[in-house]
Design a binder for this molecule. Structure first.
Ligand code: F6R
Length: 600
């Protein structure tokens, strides 16, 4: 989703901003722009399309050491050059980039800006115009900025330049993430630390509604009352090589291959000196004290939640409900007396999940965030956090975060179960180790999966994934992977449900990908496959060693039956990857999608 960068110092701002925007490309965007302070004036360059297109139009001869930049993922107004950020005020004095959504922008236009001709269809332009209107009324820029923020409803992260004072970038945020990066003789802003790791690893978190003046020599943070706040920087725990593709053609493939390592790292991170799995006792108590767990998540994280429900109910014996965040927020079900909310989110920034967190906090309920990003909004705002330790996930399609979520949920379930003396027959460290080895074996079988993808989906319009029990949840994830990066309409169904409607869609040659990793439903899922084959479907059965039957196309190594999702998802991820490649799709940056969905 939208990204912000800014630089003020002595170096070439254009290049630092463009490089920063390139690091944010993974978040998904449809246009981009930068504004830099030249000797005489602000120069704005913006373009629809990729950063590479923007690079083409930036005047390389221009000397500038201050600037702001933006990648836009359209919400208000189509993707276009005029709607791309930065936006400028009527006189051109103020230039602004914004992430988030200004909900009351129409009202603000009518109330304050009827005489100002708008140059774009965006909600953002209202902010920069309003700042100028307030300055024209006689307010200082800082006062005008602060006055403007007070009337905004919605979410924002903002960077603002003033032509008449090139020594400062004005910054503020509400709900949307924004960091200030600290350097020697320079400072930067970024919506994601990754963007500015090129120049610093020291970052300061900003809180909602603070006003921040970023100058070359220093950073001043003020609260709403104007008091100056001192806040020490932290070191971003990111390795620059984590965010490079290396020899891989795509981040997605790299991240699929990283999965065995991630599982092993998680085992290490959650092991104590005695070699036992351990979790903060406060979190274990919170689970034990709750009478029901509500898992809240979106997309792939929601699919991980469905599997997590099985882990927690089967091992810890606490009932679990799993909810889609964007639905839960508008339709809160009848809650139990002592609920615990678990937010699963790779990015920790998903606005739909955050909206639920805000609501349940008001109701006084406890919350745990399971996330890949320390210091993310959901992590900061929940009572407790468990980290995924998966390393940055850059490809829009989530892969290693999903399997990491499963591993952490399994650990949470097992540690909680043991804490109350439940007899847990599974040796989780051993079984996760076996799963990691099995993942490695699967990652070595790419050629076979590539072959399957080329046979099944090159020309098809749609594909169905079917499974029963825990396999069904993995089918939902496999279908999501395929649809989001290959644009084939793919859906996951419970095997037994097909005959209640969906079977009408089966035509000659329709691909049916069936998972058969559960002994208890092995025969029934195969019965469902027969039903669709009788109607012309082209089946691809992925089974597990020990359960395989004649005609199965791919057999995954045997792992503990509860942990099969960690393994069975790998061929589905690879299948989606190769299907997208065969269809010439942009694997890492699929159309219309954003990595971090920061609008509701
Ligand atoms: C799919 C995908 C999305 C995310 C969803 C939630 O591959 O990545 O479905 O899972 O947008 O994002 P997080 O986990 O960051 O809350």
């Amino acid at each position: 989703m939208c990204g912000i960068v800014g630089y003020i110092g002595n170096e070439d701002a254009k290049e630092i901003l463009l490089k920063g925007l390139e690091k944010l490309e993974y978040r998904g965007y449809d246009s981009a722009g930068i504004a830099v302070m030249g000797q005489d004036d602000v120069h704005v360059f913006k373009e629809k399309g990729r950063i590479a297109d923007l690079r083409e139009i930036v005047d390389v001869t221009l000397s500038a050491t201050t600037g702001i930049g933006h990648t836009r993922w359209a919400t208000h107004g189509v993707p276009s050059k005029s709607n791309a950020h930065p936006h400028q005020s009527a006189s051109g004095r103020f230039t602004l980039v914004h992430n988030g959504v200004i909900e009351n922008y129409e009202l603000l236009k009518q109330q304050y800006l009827m005489d100002i001709p708008m140059k774009s269809d965006t909600d953002t332009e209202v902010v920069v115009q309003l700042i100028e209107v307030n300055v024209n009324k006689g307010l200082s820029v800082e006062e005008a900025f602060s006055q403007t923020l007070k009337v905004l409803k919605g979410s924002y992260a903002i960077g603002l330049l003033d032509n008449e004072n090139p020594d400062v970038i004005y910054v503020a945020k509400n709900k949307s993430p924004l960091l200030v990066g600290i350097g020697e003789d320079f400072n930067v802003i970024a919506s994601d630390a990754m963007a500015m790791l090129q120049v610093t690893d020291q970052f300061v978190e900003l809180m909602d509604q603070e006003i921040v003046l970023v100058k070359k020599e220093g950073v001043t943070i003020k609260n709403l009352q104007g008091d100056v706040i001192e806040r020490a920087p932290y070191t971003a725990q990111l390795d620059a090589s984590d965010i490079e593709k290396g020899t891989y053609p795509h981040f997605m493939l790299k991240e699929i291959d990283e999965q065995p390592l991630v599982i092993r790292k998680i085992i290490q991170q959650y092991q104590n000196d005695n070699g036992e799995l351990t979790i903060d006792p406060e979190i274990v108590d919170a689970v034990n004290e709750s009478d029901r767990i509500y898992i809240i998540a979106a997309g792939t994280s929601y699919h991980a939640g469905l599997v997590g429900k099985q882990f927690i109910e089967k091992l810890a014996e606490v009932p679990v409900e799993v909810h889609i965040a964007s639905e839960f927020g508008y339709n809160i079900p009848l809650l139990s007396a002592k609920p615990l909310f678990i937010f699963i989110s790779q990015s920790g920034e998903t606005a739909d999940s955050r909206a639920v967190l805000v609501q349940i906090k008001k109701l006084g309920h406890k919350s745990l965030t399971i996330t890949n990003v320390p210091g993310s909004t959901l992590s900061r705002e929940a009572d407790y956090t468990l980290l995924l330790h998966a390393g940055p996930e850059i490809a829009v399609a989530s892969t290693k975060a999903y399997t990491a979520q499963l591993a952490v949920l399994a650990i949470l379930a097992e540690v909680t179960a043991k804490s109350t003396g439940k007899d847990v027959s599974l040796d989780l460290i051993r079984e996760l180790g076996i799963a990691a080895n099995a993942m490695e074996t699967l990652c070595d079988e790419k050629e076979q999966i590539e072959q399957m993808a080329s046979e099944y989906v090159q020309t098809t319009r749609n594909a169905f994934f079917i499974g029963r029990g825990i396999d069904y949840y993995v089918c939902l994830e496999g279908a999501l992977k395929l649809k989001e990066i290959s644009y084939i309409q793919a859906e996951g169904f419970a095997g037994g449900e097909l005959k209640h409607g969906t079977i009408a869609l089966i035509e000659e040659g329709t691909p049916i990908i069936a998972l058969a990793t559960q002994e208890s439903v092995n025969l029934s899922i195969r019965g469902n496959v027969k039903e669709v084959v009788a109607r012309g479907a082209n089946p691809l059965i992925i089974s597990m060693k020990g359960l395989e039957m004649e005609g199965d196309r791919f057999v995954i190594p045997e792992v503990h039956e509860l942990l099969t999702p960690l393994i069975s998802v790998v061929p589905l991820q690879l299948f989606a990857y190769y299907a997208a490649l065969h269809r010439d799709c942009d694997v890492d940056k699929p159309r219309n999608l954003a990595k971090s969905v920061t609008v509701e």
